[in-house]
Design a protein around this ligand. Structure first.
Ligand SMILES: Cc1ncc(COP(=O)(O)O)c(C=O)c1O
Length: 379
């Protein structure tokens, strides 16, 4: 069989779930304990242990994990939170949910993470926090972010939605700041379908997280609520799935790195295609195969016509139609023109996200890379 016969459609993402996950979920149903319970506790313990995080709590998804984390840090109306211009909109929406305002920071050009050297002019008396986003399975330079935060007295909330299993100088992404937030959506490194997680070091922050997620009390069974809180629980069906996924995390990482090598090898001599640079001293667990390409949008249209599902990099937040009014709210300090964010624009204009899910085969990567070569040869 030739490889073209094996390719129907290569999707952008594909969770690696199967009979083991199905059996684990089925077992929770058989035991008749489906809401948050012992499996959630077990998964939380394992996640904390793996990340060396003293405390962690679940949230229904990554966006609500960020919201919970921000709320636990006391962020609210009238505050400003620095957010990179190149990220998923959920990062900024979580800030808006608290009543605070996201302020967009330019990103660097080598891996599109937040660039704090371009953030000083955005600091005002309302600045309260900074949200580095560890994008593409790489880390932001947390050494620089933490120094900047301490200089400007900012809380640090790490958006590590895409960074499960990623370390910077030996420390897990998400454990540097005041809180770190993860997502277990279906395209994430490990998934529970939907789900989120918040880690922290400080017992007082942990207490606030616990109360906020559980209707203002420590546990169920009491109707006395010392604080205001909400319901951010998950289910043990999700946790059962998550436990199996976590047991596969090392294999998933190994597999993704292998696939990345295939991409590196097969595209090494294609001058029009460049890979992002990894922050020195950090690990890389590729979330997508993120490339910077000549004529990126044309290439994506071609690959789409060849049954390969592609994605652009994130549409810069400063350009989002729904955020148009934010510039004015900032009293003129926030310049929402493209000229203020040349690197985020460059990423959007030239960035291509290719699939790198664990079950992607070598033959599919061959096919995909051959199509890329064909595109550049023919034009
Ligand atoms: C960088 C980033 N932040 C936040 C989120 C939000 O996570 P969720 O989709 O679980 O709400 C995502 C997920 O897509 C993400 O990629």
């Amino acid at each position: 069989m030739t490889y073209t016969e094996t390719i129907h459609k290569i999707p952008q993402v594909m969770p690696w779930i199967g009979s083991e996950e199905a059996e684990a979920v089925f077992a929770t149903i058989e035991e008749n304990w489906i809401t948050e319970g012992s499996r959630s506790k077990e998964l939380s313990d394992q996640l904390n242990q793996r990340m060396k995080a003293p405390y962690g709590v679940f949230a229904p998804n990554g966006t609500l994990a960020l919201y919970l984390g921000l709320m636990a840090l006391g962020i609210g109306a009238g505050d400003e939170v620095l957010v990179p211009d190149c990220t998923f909109i959920g990062s900024a929406n979580a800030v808006l949910m608290t009543g605070a305002t996201p302020v967009f920071v330019e990103v660097n050009r080598y891996n599109f993470q937040i660039d704090v050297t371009k953030a000083a002019h955005l600091i005002t008396e309302r600045s309260r926090a900074i949200m580095p986003v560890h994008l593409f399975g790489m880390v932001a330079n947390m050494y620089e972010v933490m120094a900047f935060a301490s200089q400007h007295n900012l809380k640090v909330i790490e958006d590590a939605a895409q960074a499960m299993g990623v370390h910077y100088q030996g420390q897990h992404a998400g454990t540097f700041g005041d809180v770190g937030c993860f997502s277990f959506f279906a395209d994430k490194t490990i998934t529970m379908g939907e789900g989120g997680y918040v880690v922290c070091n400080d017992p007082e922050v942990y207490e606030r997280l616990m109360l906020l997620r559980n209707q203002g009390r420590w546990d169920r069974g009491s109707f006395i609520h010392p604080a205001i809180g909400f319901n951010f629980r998950i289910t043990d069906m999700q946790a059962a799935l998550g436990l199996v996924q976590l047991s596969k995390l090392d294999t998933i990482i190994e597999r993704k790195l292998k696939i990345l090598d295939w991409y590196y090898e097969r595209l090494a001599d294609v001058a029009e295609v460049n890979f992002l640079a990894v922050e020195s001293g950090s690990e890389f667990v590729p979330f997508r195969a993120a490339l910077i390409c000549d004529r990126a949008h044309e290439l994506m249209a071609f690959l789409t016509s060849q049954n390969v599902q592609c994605r652009t990099f994130f549409y810069p937040l400063h350009k989002q139609p729904c955020f148009e009014s934010l510039g004015q709210e900032q009293g003129g300090i926030l310049d929402l023109s493209d000229a203020a964010y040349p690197n985020a624009m460059y990423g959007y204009d030239r960035g291509v996200s290719l699939p790198i899910f664990p079950t992607l085969t070598e033959i599919q990567v061959d096919y995909l890379c051959d199509r890329i070569r064909e595109f550049y040869r023919s034009k």
